[in-house]
Design a protein around this ligand. Structure first.
Ligand SMILES: Cc1ncc(COP(=O)(O)O)c(C=O)c1O
Length: 412
């Protein structure tokens, strides 16, 4: 592994290329992160040497694949400090994990008149499953609103979470506003009212140390691909006693203890929730991504991203034609920076930035109710990861200035 956090191009060959004749500045990490060679090598090695299905074979390859798959589960367990590796369920991704909880725990525990509390900044993955559950069960879905600064309004949270609340589901970090939400406090609040707390860790696990026991979350979902693992693999953490009480999510192979003509006994967790053949290579390569992050050190990931935000945010805010959403203070802002340029559509901005080699995202970022609350239909979004550099930040600012000049016919 390259040992200089400011130059990791040896591990990320994808970053070392030209796009539209310019050096690539990849700033779409909130959508998906790039994969280090180590993760790609793990996939290649698995398929070239160990490929077999897990848990069901006694031959050598099956035993090797099973051992690697279960080792990956332990790596994830330690990474988020879960009490037991049985609490780590491999899923397709964060969306899949959140749907699992809504379809099983939610289906079992939400009744007419119950309340589910989420926040207005949720990604659709942590919004629609609860909205649809509420519709189906004639329950009430409530939203915690924002402060004028663009952070979660905790006074509103205290009003919205009541004894009628059965589930509170909130993102640990926003994919638009660049804020980290106080989910430990929210989980405590939920528990005081007898509700469970579901954390969406899609934008937090890749970027900061996460300790599910310290946070005391009941469920916590995240995606492998945003933390440099492959697509198609994710994790749902759940407290063992809750998981054991929940019905299965899907039925099929692997999730049973015994099947009879008229009944089935299900396997213990986590297998009860892993029906069918999982992304075996994906899980093992996710384990390699965890190894990589642990070698870098999550404290160093936090420090490097903070350094980049400290550097780029004031430069962006200083441009009079740019509006940045979320807190303006870099110390309160993660590497996710949503912005708009006056009188320019975000899609035009993203296309113009791409012409300068800068990859950003434009759109509603799967957060349409948040866009409505912000009074916009879309934004551009630059999102940094620890392998980004100040050169990437400079290229972004330069490209934004060039875009302004281009659309203004030469005047900034
Ligand atoms: C906050 C948040 N939650 C959930 C998701 C969904 O992740 P996935 O599409 O990998 O399931 C995303 C993806 O952008 C996200 O940013």
């Amino acid at each position: 592994m390259a040992n200089n956090i400011n130059d990791l191009t040896a591990d990320f060959p994808v970053l070392d290329q030209q796009v539209n004749g310019e050096r690539l500045a990849y700033l779409d990490n909130a959508a998906t992160a790039q994969k280090p060679k180590q993760v790609v090598d793990t996939l290649v090695h698995f398929y070239e040497h160990d490929n077999a299905n897990v848990h069901r074979g006694v031959h050598t390859l099956a035993e090797r694949a099973t051992a690697e798959y279960e080792e990956a589960r332990k790596k994830v367990q330690h990474f988020i400090n879960a009490a037991d590796n049985k609490e780590i369920i491999f899923t397709k991704g964060c969306t899949d994990g959140l749907n699992l909880v809504a379809s099983t725990y939610g289906e079992q525990n939400i009744h007419e008149g119950d309340e589910i509390v989420i926040s207005i900044m949720e990604h659709h993955s942590n919004l629609i499953p609860w909205q649809q559950l509420a519709i189906k069960k004639h329950a009430v879905l409530k939203y915690i609103e924002l402060t004028p600064e663009g952070t979660l309004d905790m006074d509103d949270a205290k009003k919205k979470i009541t004894d009628k609340t059965k589930i509170v589901a909130v993102a640990h970090a926003s994919n638009v506003l660049g804020v980290v939400n106080p989910i430990k406090e929210l989980a405590k609040l939920a528990h005081e009212h007898g509700a469970v707390f579901v954390g969406d860790g899609a934008q937090s696990v890749p970027h900061m140390p996460v300790d599910v026991q310290d946070l005391d979350v009941d469920f916590y979902a995240f995606s492998g691909h945003k933390m440099m693992g492959p697509t198609g693999i994710g994790v749902l953490y759940g407290k063992a006693d809750l998981l054991r009480q929940m019905p299965p999510y899907q039925y099929g192979g692997e999730m049973i203890s015994s099947v009879h003509r008229d009944r089935t006994e299900f396997a213990d967790i986590p297998f009860k929730f892993e029906a069918g053949t999982q992304s075996i290579a994906g899980a093992i390569a996710l384990g390699t991504a965890v190894d990589y992050l642990e070698k870098v050190g999550m404290e160093n990931v936090v420090a490097k991203e903070q350094e980049l935000v400290d550097y780029v945010l004031p430069k962006l805010e200083a441009l009079p034609y740019v509006t940045v959403y979320g807190p303006q203070d870099p110390k309160k802002h993660t590497g996710v920076i949503a912005f708009n340029m006056d009188n320019l559509h975000p899609h035009d901005v993203a296309t113009a930035l791409d012409a300068e080699g800068v990859a950003v995202r434009a759109g509603h970022h799967c957060a349409q109710p948040l866009m409505e609350a912000l009074g916009v239909s879309a934004t551009s979004r630059a999102s940094f990861y620890f392998y980004n550099t100040k050169e990437d930040a400079d290229q972004l600012i330069k490209a934004i200035k060039a875009t302004k000049e281009f659309f203004n016919g030469g005047t900034i």
